[in-house]
Design a protein. Structure first.
Length: 321
């Protein structure tokens, strides 16, 4: 057993002076398995009697949150945000985490390393039930931090869209909108677990302090869900406007290019007429070249005057309407 512990991807913690601290496995009531391999899964199933389906669910990002109570332990599958690297598309995803509470031990199974058991909340813990609740409450703060990041990224992209004609910023917004849908489903799924946990508080053995923490966690989860819902609704409702902005920017560019093209075509026509191999007026005049240049430049000036006048009249007409 000790040989297996040396090789395992395992973090162990103990409770000392109402604080959660790292400790040796044999003295640790909290075991955290990070992306367990087949040998570790075998130990979880055979030694701790963790159901294979629950173990697989703890590592499945598509699994819904749920709570199961067995005679031997309490099994909870809940959702938390995955670590965001910022590479590739701006897509925020969620991961599943398994919590298995035994009378004398708490086993945590997670697909990737994350700071679940660190920070100020774990400086005041008295029981394994309290550690379990604070781990689940920590996922809410993790969601809130990601929502702040999503909001900041959205505002930055909106600024770029106002002058952009590229699709990549719109695609980034679509990815953020998709991320918020994932988060809404995950937070809502966690909310059902919190409610079930509150109803089963007597079976789990929660103290009055644990019940107070659970009630606060339920409130915070509801607030987190409302915040994610607001961000999602705003992002979805303004997507059409942002698409119109990109389209309008493209129309302005095409309008400018058309103006440049016409301004080039008109003097080209003048020069081309005087370049024909037929008798032409002024062909023997000593200043013929400069007169043709003056006509070409004058035609550009006339076109610009006509274009500006037409745009001014159209603008006045729109204002009157």
């Amino acid at each position: 057993m000790l040989e297996w512990l040396r090789k395992a991807m395992l973090k162990t913690y103990g409770i000392s002076d109402n604080q959660l601290v790292e400790a040796r496995p044999e003295d640790s009531p909290v075991w955290v398995f990070i992306s367990p391999d087949d040998a570790e899964k075998k130990v979880l199933v055979e030694r701790f009697h963790v159901d294979e389906h629950n173990l697989a669910s703890a590592l499945d990002p598509d699994e819904l949150s749920r709570l199961e109570i067995t005679p031997e332990h309490l099994a909870i599958i809940f959702k938390q945000p995955k670590n965001f690297t910022g590479k590739g598309q701006l897509l925020f995803k969620v991961a599943s985490v398994g919590l298995f509470l035994f009378p004398d031990r708490l086993v945590v199974v997670m697909p990737e390393d994350a700071p679940l058991l660190s920070g100020k909340p774990f400086q005041r813990v008295q029981s394994l039930q309290g550690v379990l609740l604070k781990i689940m409450a920590g996922s809410i703060w993790h969601f809130l931090e990601h929502l702040k990041v999503i909001n900041m990224i959205t505002e930055e992209i909106e600024t770029k869209i106002s002058v952009s004609m590229e699709n990549k910023f719109l695609l980034n917004l679509f990815s953020l909108e998709k991320s918020l849908v994932y988060y809404l489903n995950a937070i809502n799924s966690n909310g059902f677990v919190f409610e079930k946990l509150r109803n089963a508080a007597a079976k789990v053995g929660f103290s009055p302090e644990n019940m107070e923490l659970l009630d606060d966690t339920v409130i915070e989860n509801n607030q987190c869900y409302r915040q994610a819902e607001i961000y999602s609704n705003i992002l979805a409702s303004l997507m059409d406007a942002r698409v119109s902005i990109v389209s309008n920017n493209l129309n302005i560019l095409m309008k400018t290019l058309n103006l440049i093209t016409i301004c080039i075509m008109v003097p080209t026509l003048v020069v081309s007429v005087f370049s024909m191999n037929v008798p032409l007026p002024l062909q023997h005049h000593p200043l013929a070249f400069w007169l043709v240049m003056v006509l070409a430049v004058g035609s550009v000036a006339v076109m610009m005057f006509w274009w500006r006048r037409s745009a001014s009249l159209l603008d006045r007409h729109n204002r009157r309407r």
